[in-house]
Design a binder for this molecule. Structure first.
Ligand SMILES: Nc1ncnc2c1ncn2[C@@H]1O[C@H](COP(=O)(O)OP(=O)(O)OP(=O)(O)O)[C@@H](O)[C@H]1O
Ligand SMILES: [Mg+2]
Length: 587
């Protein structure tokens, strides 16, 4: 039976004007008008039998007959105005079609608009039992297969809200909201469902170590090695991650070592390139990797000895050559590389960068990269030793100035691996980018490290779909996240946003026809989201359900802590931690 079995007498009113996706309906009965609410659903008769058009109410206006000046100059209601009816209008944005019967199926909702309503077609409000039935249809279609459950609809809290898990990750997504609006909880809810799939493959860039509390089968935790790890022989199997310098692309190495403002920068860059190429070549020759040697470039992921590069730089910096008349003179680069060498040595001895420059000896093995890729980028079923398709990487001990370089290094690793896998054998991977404004910033040109990171993420945003790399960009400041990356995201999960600039960036990502839907952004409750996009059948307001393991959001209850009389006594620990550059274990 059709769920929209309206009788003519149920009609609110009839269509006054029709645009491509917006319809204006005139309502005769003022009591009916009063019962309507913006952002709820309405249904219109289609020109095709057995179909109804579904829309969202955007605007309700009542214009009383306005008193006009009478010819004698007095204000009043003239005879003709007295009979002029009120003009009560409802503007509706069309979002889809409900077909009573499609082949074998009954009551099918399609996100297409094959027809538009005719002038004078009837319009009905969707409330009560009809709303419940309609939402049930939505939930049951959405739950065909790839269902990613978020919570329930604000429209009808008995209807569970699902997203299509294929479409959500295929065409990228953003999760935005002001601080404390519930992004991390929403992310955690998605992550636990991803992790439960038997062959999941996803990486979370956990910048503050918030997701350490997510513990389940299918979840593996990694931590970028901090200064405190350097003297212990912790390894990949224990979840301590080293990312040796040789994994960095040539551009990234130059950014790290060459000071662009130095007058010798071009020379230094050129020499670096030469020295690194030579060191990589030497590594390949020593290992007898002829096949790689033939096609290798400076960016090939091949280990090299940093000390060899330093030696070469040192030699050039001190070089004396045969001058005219047999006298010795200074070489071309004599003394010009001192600053470069100093920077290089500084970085090499910086304990905070130990994960780059003091990785274990095993990371210099040719086969090590394969082990890293299998641990970080393979699905659950392909991993050797320790499994878990969802990999949460804790970046909290990475210094903030090189965070973009390091996060994008992992992202690039994921993209390159997909790119070099034969199309039929690619195992799709999703990258959850929490606090994305920190490493995919909008202000390009601010720093070379940012430029490199933005370049990599832009590439993934544009081409990732073809290679099976999905991005989920998570940020509290969407206006500070790179626009190109944002505009490639076809799914928006927007939580409460109070800042005007952030709101306007997100409103621009919503379809024009939805107009006022975005006005809800500042008034959403904590844990409530507007969900729009490919993966969602209806643009909807959803109350996100609580994840079973909540992330460690670090909300501190100031007043309660201040009211508590037990001493905390953390001063000594803090100072020693600061000096050793490791955070004390949480009590
Ligand atoms: N779905 C929800 N239902 C109920 N309460 C929630 C929900 N989501 C979040 N909260 C509450 O809001 C708090 C903050 O949530 P969360 O850590 O997810 O915010 P956030 O958006 O990630 O903030 P930040 O940008 O600062 O990381 C939680 O500690 C919890 O108390
Ligand atoms: Mg958060």
């Amino acid at each position: 039976m059709s769920i929209f079995d309206f009788k003519d007498s149920d009609a609110l009113g009839s269509v006054l004007s029709v645009d491509t996706t917006v319809v204006v309906v005139r309502v005769a009965d003022i009591d009916r008008l009063r019962q309507l609410q913006v952002n709820r659903l309405a249904v219109l008769e289609s020109s095709r039998p057995g179909q109804h058009l579904v829309g969202i109410i955007q605007k309700i206006t009542r214009s009383a007959a306005t008193p006009r000046a009478r010819s004698d100059g007095e204000i009043g209601v003239g005879a003709e105005e007295e009979v002029a009816p009120e003009l009560n209008l409802v503007r509706i944005a069309l979002i889809g079609t409900l077909v009573d019967r499609l082949g074998e199926q009954r009551n099918v909702f399609l996100r297409t608009l094959e027809t538009v309503p005719e002038i004078d077609a009837n319009c009905y409000a969707v409330e009560g039992e009809r709303l419940t039935n309609f939402m049930r249809v939505i939930a049951s279609i959405a739950s065909d297969g790839q269902r990613l459950s978020l919570g329930c609809y604000t429209l009808d809290d008995r209807a569970e809200a699902f997203l299509n898990g294929n479409k959500f990750f295929q065409r990228h997504a953003v999760i935005v909201g002001s601080t404390g609006s519930g992004k991390s909880w929403t992310t955690a809810r998605m992550l636990e469902q991803v992790a439960a799939l038997p062959n999941a493959n996803a990486i979370v860039f956990d910048i503050h170590g918030e997701y350490q509390t997510l513990q389940a089968d299918g979840i593996r935790h990694f931590r970028i090695a901090g200064p405190g790890d350097l003297d212990q022989a912790a390894s990949l199997a224990e979840g301590v991650l080293y990312l040796p310098y040789w994994l960095l692309g040539y551009e990234a190495l130059v950014t790290m070592f060459v000071d662009r403002s130095d007058q010798n920068a071009p020379n230094q860059t050129m020499i670096m390139q030469r020295a690194i190429t030579r060191a990589k070549r030497a590594y390949l020759e020593d290992g007898g990797h002829r096949d790689v040697l033939d096609n290798f470039t400076i960016d090939s992921p091949v280990p090299f000895e940093l000390s060899a590069v330093l030696d070469e730089l040192g030699a050039l910096n001190a070089e004396m050559v045969q001058g005219a008349g047999g006298k010795e003179k200074q070489g071309d680069y004599h003394g010009k590389l001192s600053r470069l060498i100093a920077r290089l040595e500084n970085k090499r001895s910086d304990r905070r960068l130990g994960f780059l420059f003091r990785p274990g000896a095993d990371t210099m093995a040719f086969e090590w990269l394969e082990r890293l890729v299998s641990a970080l980028l393979a699905g659950s079923q392909d991993q050797v030793g320790g499994t878990g398709g969802l990999k949460i990487i804790n970046f909290s001990e990475v210094p903030s100035d090189i965070l973009p370089l390091i996060v994008s290094l992992v992202a690039k690793l994921a993209f390159s691996v997909q790119q070099w896998t034969a199309p039929g054998r690619r195992h799709p991977i999703a990258l959850f980018c929490d606090e994305a404004h920190l490493y995919i910033p909008e202000r390009v040109g601010a720093g070379a490290a940012d430029d490199i990171s933005v370049g990599i993420f832009e590439r993934i945003a544009k081409e990732g779909r073809k290679y099976g790399v999905g991005l989920v960009v998570i940020s509290q400041r969407p206006s500070e996240v790179n626009r190109t990356v944002l505009s490639q995201c076809n799914n928006v999960v927007a939580m409460r946003l109070t800042n005007g600039e952030d709101q306007s960036v997100i409103k621009r990502l919503l379809p024009d026809s939805l107009g006022s839907f975005g006005d809800l952004l500042p008034i959403l409750d904590t844990g409530e989201a507007l969900v729009v996009g490919d993966a969602s059948l209806l643009p909807s307001r959803i109350r996100i359900a609580k994840p079973s393991h909540t992330p460690n959001s670090g909300t501190i209850d100031f007043w309660d802590k201040w009211a508590d009389v037990t001493p905390v006594g953390a001063a000594a620990e803090a100072v020693s931690g600061w000096r050793r550059q490791t955070q004390g274990a949480a009590a």
